[in-house]
Ligand binder design. Structure first.
Ligand code: GLU
Length: 470
C-alpha cells in the first residue's frame, strides 16, 4: 500500500465512523491538482535537469498551504499524500487553508549554497509563472530539507516577478524575522508537539489509556530524528517538562543515555560532525532500526514517513507514540498498534503547530503590521495602574515576579505562543468530543480524521458539490 493509499484508508475509516456517504469520501480524498515541472540548471556537474512537484489537495479554503520538501527520494505519491494530510491538519487546527505540498528531487548536501540558491530560484519561478506560488492561492513553507534560507530565496524570486503585488511577503511562510517572518515560527512544530503532549496529560481519563499516571516529568522518551522538529520537541520537553530523552536516533545510528541526553549538545555535535558517532555524553550504536523498539514510555518519530510499519509494529515497546513527523506510522502498523493497546497521538493534531504559526505569519504579512503593536504599551500602562491600585489598597509592594508579570504588555512571541497553545488545546477538545459522541471511535487518529473530514464535507455540501445525507 502506498503512502497516499494509507492516508486514504484512514479517511475511509473515519468516513464510516462519522456516517458520511461514499460520494463525500471520494470528493474529499481526490487531489485537486498536481503540477510537475522539469527545469535545467547549470551546476558543478554540468547541466542538470531537476524534477519538482506541487500538489494541491483541496481548495475549499485558500490559499492552499503546505511545506516544500527537498529530498533525494521524494515522488508524486508522497507529495499527494502529504498534501492530503495538510488539508486534514488545517481543518482540525481550524486554520482556514486548503492543503498542499511540494517536493524537489535533490540531495541538497551535493550542492554549494550558491547552487542551491540558483536551483531554488528556478523552481520558485516555475511555480510562480504557472500560478502555483502566490499569496492568495499557493503558499509554501519549510519542510524536510528546507528552512528560512530557501523561503527568502523563494520570496525574493516572487517579488522580482510581481513587484506590484503589495502582499508579496505573504507568498511564502517560515521566513526569517527580518524578512517578514514571525517570532516563534522556526520552533513552532516542536512547540506544538510539546503543547499537545502537555494537553493530553492534563486529562486523567486520557492518561489512563497509557498508564503513564506519573506524568510527563521523569517519563522516558526516544526521539527519532534531530532535525528542526525533533530537536525542538526534545529540547522543550527535556528542558521545560523534565522528560528524560534516553535515546536519539539519526541517520548514522543511535545515541543512548539512560540518565537523559543533553539535547542542545547532541544537536551541536550533529551539526558539527554530520552524525551522532563520537558524542561523549552517550553510548553510540549503528543499530538505528532496533532503537525504535527500545523500552521507553514515549516514542517520538520526528523524521520520515512509514518508519513504524507492519514488520516492526509488534516489537514497539513504548506505551505512547507521538507523531511529530508526517505519516510515521503506516496504516498496517496503526492497526497492529491499536490492537496491542499502544496509544498514538496522530500527526494531524500533534504536528499542526508549524502550519498554525504559518497562518499567523501570513495574516501578519497581509496586515502589514506586527501583532500587538497597537496594544502592547496600552496593556502595560493598564497593568501598572492595576498594580498601583492594588498596592495602595494593600499598603505594600507585591512580590517582584508578580509585579513584572502584571505590568507587562505581551510581546509578539507571547501572542504567537498563546495562539498556538490555544489551537492545540481546542483541537484536542474537538477530538475528545468526537470520542464521547461516537463511542465506537476509540483511537485519537480516527477521531481527528472525523473532526477534519466533517469540516471538509460541510464546505463541500455548502458549495453543492456533494449531497449530504438527510
Ligand atoms: N511543513 C509543515 C507541515 O508539514 C508546515 C507547513 C506550513 O507551515 O505551511 O505541517
Amino acid at each position: 500500500m502506498s503512502f497516499r493509499e494509507g492516508v486514504e484508508r484512514f479517511v475511509d475509516r473515519a468516513t464510516l465512523a462519522a456516517g458520511l456517504n461514499s460520494d463525500t469520501a471520494r470528493v474529499i480524498k481526490a487531489t485537486s491538482a498536481v503540477l510537475q515541472v522539469r527545469f535545467p540548471v547549470c551546476t558543478h556537474a554540468g547541466v542538470e535537469v531537476f524534477t519538482g512537484w506541487w500538489s494541491v489537495h483541496s481548495t475549499h479554503r485558500l490559499p492552499a498551504k503546505g511545506g516544500l520538501r527537498f529530498a533525494p527520494r521524494v515522488n508524486q505519491d508522497e507529495v499527494e499524500a502529504l498534501s492530503a494530510l495538510m488539508s486534514y491538519k488545517c481543518a482540525l487546527a481550524d486554520v482556514p487553508f486548503g492543503g498542499a505540498k511540494g517536493g524537489l528531487l535533490i540531495d541538497p548536501s551535493h550542492y554549494s549554497t550558491r547552487e542551491m540558491r540558483e536551483i531554488t530560484r528556478h523552481f520558485a519561478a516555475e511555480l510562480a509563472r504557472r500560478g502555483f506560488l502566490e499569496p492568495a492561492t499557493n503558499v509554501p513553507a519549510p519542510d524536510m530539507g528546507t528552512s528560512a534560507r530557501e523561503m527568502v530565496w523563494i520570496a525574493d524570486t516572487y517579488k522580482s516577478l510581481y513587484p506590484e503585488d503589495m502582499n508579496q511577503d505573504a507568498c511564502v511562510t517560515g521566513k526569517p524575522e527580518n524578512r517578514g517572518g514571525i517570532p516563534g515560527r522556526t520552533e513552532a512544530t516542536g512547540k506544538g508537539v510539546q503543547f499537545a503532549l502537555q494537553e493530553s496529560f492534563r486529562h486523567p481519563d486520557e492518561v489512563a489509556r497509557t498508564g503513564l499516571e506519573d506524568g510527563l516529568c521523569g517519563a522516558t522518551v526516544v526521539v527519532q530524528g534531530l532535525g528542526n522538529v525533533g530537536y525542538h520537541t526534545a529540547k522543550f520537553l527535556s528542558e521545560e517538562d523534565g522528560v528524560r530523552v534516553i535515546a536519539v536516533i539519526e541517520r548514522d545510528g543511535v545515541l543512548v543515555n539512560e540518565a537523559g541526553l543533553n539535547i542542545h549538545d547532541v544537536r551541536q555535535h550533529l551539526v558539527e560532525t554530520g552524525g551522532l558517532q563520537g558524542f561523549a555524553g552517550g553510548s553510540f550504536s549503528p543499530e538505528r532500526d532496533e532503537a525504535l523498539e527500545m523500552d521507553c514510555d514515549i516514542l517520538i518519530p520526528a523524521a520520515l514517513e512509514s518508519q513504524i510499519h507492519a514488520d516492526n509494529a509488534m516489537r514497539i515497546r513504548a506505551r505512547l507514540i507521538v507523531e511529530a513527523a508526517n505519516g510515521p506510522v503506516t496504516c498496517e502498523a496503526d492497526e497492529i498498534l491499536r490492537q496491542r493497546g499502544v496509544v498514538i497521538l496522530p500527526d494531524l493534531w500533534v504536528n499542526a503547530g508549524g502550519v498554525t504559526v504559518s497562518y499567523f505569519e501570513w495574516t501578519r504579512n497581509l496586515s502589514h503590521m506586527r501583532f500587538g503593536r497597537l496594544q502592547r504599551r496600552y496593556d502595560e500602562l493598564r497593568g501598572a495602574n492595576y498594580l498601583a491600585a492594588l498596592e495602595s489598597m494593600a499598603a505594600g509592594e507585591l512580590p517582584e515576579k508578580l509585579r513584572s508579570q502584571v505590568a507587562r504588555g505581551a510581546s509578539e512571541l507571547d501572542l504567537v505562543r498563546s495562539g498556538l497553545d490555544d489551537t492545540m488545546r481546542s483541537a484536542f477538545a474537538d477530538i475528545r468530543e468526537v470520542m464521547k459522541r461516537l463511542p465506537k471511535v476509540e483511537d485519537y487518529r480516527t477521531a481527528a480524521y472525523v473532526v477534519a473530514i466533517t469540516k471538509l464535507a460541510r464546505s463541500y455540501y455548502d458549495l453543492g458539490l456533494v449531497e449530504a445525507d438527510q
